[in-house]
Design a protein around this ligand. Structure first.
Ligand SMILES: O=C(O)CCC(=O)C(=O)O
Ligand SMILES: [Fe+2]
Length: 203
């Protein structure tokens, strides 16, 4: 499946059925992205979370953090997170992506992938508190990683991979979460640490 160029030169729309996925390459320029990476790496209260599976506590293969407006808690893979208050860097990033997304994001889940052993398994961001058509604004900083989509209905073997680079902005909305899973696969390649921010609207 090819990536189509639409109205804005920097907007790529992924041409996948039952989806609304757009990528804005270099949405943050290299210098701004470097600045945000170093700020977030040091100022965010990164946590190692654990998921209980068959009675055994397993470390999540990445560090995570949850920031946002007061009063919106979020349950993710059985972990309930209470948001920490926005930092200046987070607010700057949020305001910039809101010009494209045209919504007010009230929370952000952050992921720190330390190396290729870190990743996120196939999932959809379809928790009930995100509403029927979740809008997810995802910013990538640091090392380049592959991001894959696969159709939830196994009768359709359709897959699509993209690479997310320093400063890229990915916007997923509409039916995307209902019909597609996504993942960041682990990799044996040597990769730089990567920070991902997924801004969300919690109802
Ligand atoms: O790191 C990414 O690009 C994706 C993270 C993700 O899918 C999530 O946090 O729900
Ligand atoms: Fe996700």
């Amino acid at each position: 499946m090819s990536e189509q160029l639409t109205i804005f030169s920097q907007e790529e729309k992924l041409n996948l059925p039952h989806s609304d996925i757009k990528i804005y390459r270099n949405f943050f320029d290299a210098k701004t992205s470097d600045y945000f990476f170093s700020q977030l790496e040091k100022e965010i209260n990164w946590k190692q979370e654990y998921i209980k599976l068959y009675g055994k506590e397993n470390p999540v293969p990445r560090l995570t953090a949850w920031y946002g407006d007061k009063g919106y808690s979020y349950t993710y893979s059985g972990i309930t997170m209470n948001p920490e208050p926005w930092t200046n860097s987070l607010l700057e990033i949020k305001h910039k992506i809101e010009t494209i997304a045209q919504v007010n994001f009230n929370s952000v889940l952050l992921n720190l992938y330390r190396d290729g052993n870190d990743g996120v398994a196939w999932h959809s961001d379809d928790e009930p508190e995100l509403g029927k058509h979740p809008i997810i604004g995802s910013v990538s900083l640091g090392g380049e990683r592959r991001f894959s989509f696969k159709y939830r209905d196994k009768s359709n073997p359709e897959r699509h991979d993209i690479n997310l680079k320093h400063g890229d902005f990915l916007l997923m909305q509409g039916e995307t979460q209902q019909y597609w899973y996504h993942q960041i696969p682990k990799t044996k390649k040597s990769v730089l640490p990567r920070i991902n921010l997924t801004f969300r609207v919690i109802y």
